[in-house]
Design a protein around this ligand. Structure first.
Ligand code: AP5
Ligand code: MG
Length: 214
């Protein structure tokens, strides 16, 4: 199975991707996590990425497509993959289709998480993040075992620079403008499944499992 997780910032893509990986073994490819790793370096490109991402703006298609192409095709993924945060506009979606077609592969399912803007803002305000792995927690809804520390490594958790209210609003606007048109794009390909993204992470995962196993 090759899957896309589609949804606004804070809709739970990263949270559910971790669940899907542990249950089904599909490899999570989060362009946000990959870019954040890149921007931790002090290189020129690292600093450019940091400026764009901290302000909630999209990184250029060229950079993102290059990263995805390398990760999907050069690492020999055999179990199937799950794209989290990619594609984010039509140009990226078309390029992805072309890349996959060239390898006799395609997208089997696009899982769209439906969440209201107010919920997004509350989730993002309380999010704490493990930078190296991309694991996300929430101070109230999904707290780590030890406050402020990652469950697996014990590393300190951080707050993402783009997780403040002003930047979140602009990320939501960009989502509506550039990414939401992909709903129609994938509906027309008959691969879109919309999942109610409100509820506990376990409830939402149960809905996703039902969709995946149908
Ligand atoms: P990216 O990292 O992809 O961020 P995003 O799409 O804005 O999504 P988030 O990671 O913020 O949210 P999520 O849906 O993963 O939610 P999570 O599970 O953490 O992208 C960041 C930036 O990178 C972009 O702005 C752009 O600059 C760049 N970029 C990335 N991809 C790109 C591309 N393709 N093209 C160009 N630029 C690109 O959950 C959120 C919080 O809620 C957590 O605290 C979690 O614990 C909690 N939570 C989750 N589920 C529940 C629940 N059911 N109930 C209560 N709390 C919950
Ligand atoms: Mg995420």
């Amino acid at each position: 199975m090759n899957i896309i997780l589609l949804g606004p910032p804070g809709s739970g893509k990263g949270t559910q991707a971790k669940n899907i990986t542990s249950e089904y073994g599909y490899v999570q490819l989060s362009t946000g996590d990959m870019l954040r790793k890149e921007y931790c370096s002090d290189s020129k490109i690292g600093l450019e990425l940091k400026a764009l991402m901290d302000g909630g703006n999209l990184v250029s298609d060229e950079i993102v497509i290059g990263i995805v192409e390398e990760r999907i095709f050069q690492n020999g993924i055999t179990t199937g993959f799950m794209l989290d945060g990619f594609p984010r506009n039509k140009a990226q979606a078309k390029k992805l289709d072309a890349m996959l077609a060239g390898k006799n592969e395609h997208i089997n399912m696009v899982i769209r998480l439906l969440v209201d803007d107010e919920v997004v803002v509350r989730r993002i305000a309380g999010r704490r993040f493990h930078l190296k792995s991309g694991r996300s927690y929430h101070v109230e809804f999904n707290p780590p075992e030890i406050s402020g520390k990652d469950d697996l490594t014990g590393d300190y958790l951080v707050q993402r620079a783009d997780d403040n209210e002003e930047v979140v609003q602009s990320r939501l606007d960009i989502y509506r403008e550039q990414t939401e048109p992909l709903v129609k794009y994938y509906e027309e390909k008959n691969v879109l499944v919309s999942i109610d993204g409100i509820g506990t992470p376990d409830e939402i995962f149960a809905r996703i499992k039902t969709a995946l196993e149908q």
